[in-house]
Design a protein around this ligand. Structure first.
Ligand code: SF4
Length: 254
C-alpha cells in the first residue's frame, strides 16, 4: 500500500514552482495548472469565514466541477453563520464539504488544564488552542494531498506581504500551495462576489471582513486593517494561527 502522508512532487514541478513564472498568471490559469498536475490529490482549504475562499471555490467549480474538492476545520468554536454557509455551499455547488475536527481528547485535556477561554491569557496559550483546534486537524486534512489551495492575499496583513502564486510549503511537508488570489485587492474579491452572486458569510455585512472562531473575532472599526478583528488583543505580527505562517517565523514558539 502506498504512503499517502508524503507528497509526491516531481522535480519538474518543483523547478517550475521555484521559477516563479506563475506570478504572472490569472487565478484561472493557476487553478487549471493545479487540476492538471495534482487532481485528485488537490483540495481547497476554506474557512467559510472570508470571501476569498468562496471566490476560489466558485472559480474551481466553473473550471472543473467534478474534480473540485474543499475541506475545512471545524474548531468547535465557530459562529452559526459559518455553519450556515457550509450548508449553502453543499446545496449550491452539490459538493461535499470535507470537515475535519480536533482530537477530542486533546481538547478535553487543554480545557481541563487551562479553562475554556485560555486564548485571552497569553499568546502562548492562544497558540496552544490554535495548534489543537486548527493546526493538528489541518495536518490530518493535508496528509492525503500533494497540493492545497488557499485564499491568501499579499495586502491582508504584514504576515502575508511575501505570498506568491504558487509555493513549496515547507511548513507542511513540502506540499505545493496555490494562492490564486495572491495579488488581488479586497475590492477585486468583493466585485467578483457581486458579479457571480457567490454565497459568503452573513457576518461580513455586520462589520466582520474576516470571520474566525467566535471568541477570537470582533467587528472592525472604520479605517482599521481588514484582519484587525482577528485576535485583536495581540500585535499585528502575531496574528496568524500557525496554518500559513510558522510560529518560529513570528517570534517565540508555544
Ligand atoms: S482562533 Fe481562538 S478559539 Fe479558535 S482555535 Fe485559535 S485560539 Fe482557539
Amino acid at each position: 500500500m502506498s504512503d499517502h502522508s508524503h507528497p509526491r512532487i516531481s522535480e519538474d514541478i518543483l523547478a517550475q514552482v521555484k521559477s516563479g513564472e506563475m506570478d504572472s498568471w490569472t487565478p484561472e490559469q493557476i487553478l487549471r495548472w493545479g487540476f492538471e498536475n495534482f487532481s485528485p490529490r488537490l483540495s481547497l482549504s476554506a474557512s467559510f469565514g472570508s470571501p476569498e475562499g468562496m471566490v476560489i471555490l466558485d472559480i474551481m467549480h466553473k473550471i472543473n466541477p467534478d474534480q473540485s474538492r474543499v475541506f475545512t476545520i471545524d474548531t468547535g468554536r465557530l459562529p452559526q453563520e459559518t455553519y450556515n454557509l457550509m450548508d449553502r455551499v453543499r446545496d449550491r455547488y452539490a459538493m461535499e464539504v470535507e470537515v475535519y475536527f480536533p482530537d477530542p481528547e486533546a481538547v478535553q485535556k487543554m480545557v481541563r488544564g487551562h479553562g475554556l477561554n485560555l486564548f485571552y491569557e497569553s499568546t502562548e496559550k492562544r497558540r496552544l488552542c490554535c495548534q489543537i483546534r486548527k493546526v493538528e486537524p489541518l495536518e490530518r486534512a493535508l496528509s492525503g494531498l500533494d497540493a492545497w489551495v488557499a485564499g491568501l492575499r499579499r495586502d491582508q496583513n504584514v504576515t502575508r506581504e511575501n505570498v506568491s502564486a504558487v509555493e513549496v510549503d515547507d511548513l507542511h511537508g513540502g506540499r505545493i500551495k496555490l494562492n490564486p488570489l495572491f495579488n488581488w485587492t479586497r475590492d477585486q474579491v468583493l466585485d467578483y462576489v457581486k458579479q457571480h452572486s457567490v454565497p459568503v458569510n452573513a457576518l461580513h455585512k455586520e462589520g466582520y471582513p474576516s470571520v474566525g472562531c467566535t471568541p477570537c473575532t470582533r467587528a472592525i472599526r472604520e479605517g482599521e486593517d481588514e484582519r484587525a478583528g482577528r485576535w485583536w488583543w495581540e500585535q499585528a505580527e502575531d496574528r496568524e494561527c500557525g496554518i500559513h505562517v510558522g510560529y518560529e517565523e513570528q517570534g517565540s514558539g508555544i
